[in-house]
Design a protein around this ligand. Sequence first.
Ligand SMILES: Nc1ncnc2c1ncn2[C@@H]1O[C@H](COP(=O)(O)OP(=O)(O)OP(=O)(O)O)[C@@H](O)[C@H]1O
Ligand SMILES: [Mg+2]
Length: 243
Amino acid sequence: MRTSAALLTLENLSVRYGEVRAVEAVDLTVGVGEVVSILGANGAGKSSLLRAISGEAGHVDGRVSLRDVDLLKGPRYGVARRGVAHVMEGRRVIPTLSVIDNLLLAANASRRVSRGSVPGALEEMYAYFPRLRERQSQAAGLLSGGEQQMLAIGRALMAKPDLLLLDEPSMGLAPIMIEEIYDILRARDGILGECSVLLAEQSAAVALSVSDRAYVLSRGSVVFEGQASELDAGRVAAAYLQG
Ligand SMILES: Nc1ncnc2c1ncn2[C@@H]1O[C@H](COP(=O)(O)OP(=O)(O)OP(=O)(O)O)[C@@H](O)[C@H]1O
Ligand SMILES: [Mg+2]
C-alpha cells in the first residue's frame, strides 16, 4: 500500500512568531499512505510545523508542497480543498451540536465529497466507530475526552483527505483510550484507506508503534530522522534534551 512517491514535501521550512523562532529550516517528506511522526518535548515546534502546512501558523518561510502544488502560495481554504485535514490540539468538535451533525457538517463543508456520497460515508464512519453511532444524538460537548478525540478524527476523515495532520491525539487520555484512538492508525485497511498521516506527539512510544518513519524536533530543528523501527523511546527522550 505504501509507495515511495512523496505526497508532502517540506523544504527549509521555518516558522516565526515575532521574535520567537518556533521551527528552523526543517526538511521533511510524507509518502503516499505513510504514517510519519514528529516527536519532541513541550514547545519543540510540533504544532507550529503542522499549522504551517494548513496555513494557520505565524510567519512561514520555505516550501510546503503537496504533490507538485505549493500550499504556501494559495489561500488557506485551498489547503483543505487540496485534501489536507488538520485535527488540532485539544479535540476540536462543535460542543453544542450533536455527534451526527458534527460529522455531517464536516462532510458537507468539503468540496471533495459529493452530496450523494455523504450517507454512505456516515455509515462507514459508524461501522468503524460504533461508539459514535451509539452517541449520535448527544451533544458533542457531553462526550468523554476520548470520544471527542474520536469524533474530531471522524470529522476530519469525513472530508476524505489525502493527508491527515494529527496533533497530540493522546493528550489527556487514559491508556486504554489512547490504544483505541491509535487503532485507527494501525488498521491500514480500515477507515484511513490510502490517507497519509503526519502525527505530532510527545509520547514517543505510542507514536512509534504506528509509524513508518519519525522525525525528532528539538527547539524547532530536526535532531533525528529515520525509520520508526530504528528509534526507541529512550533514544528519543535523550534527543528531547539536546539543543
Ligand atoms: N501563537 C504563538 N505566538 C507566539 N509564540 C508561539 C505561538 N505558538 C507557539 N509559540 C511558541 O513557539 C514555540 C513552539 O511551540 P509549539 O506549540 O509549536 O510546540 P509544540 O511542540 O507543539 O509543544 P506542545 O508539546 O506543548 O504542544 C514555543 O516556544 C511556543 O511558545
Ligand atoms: Mg503542540
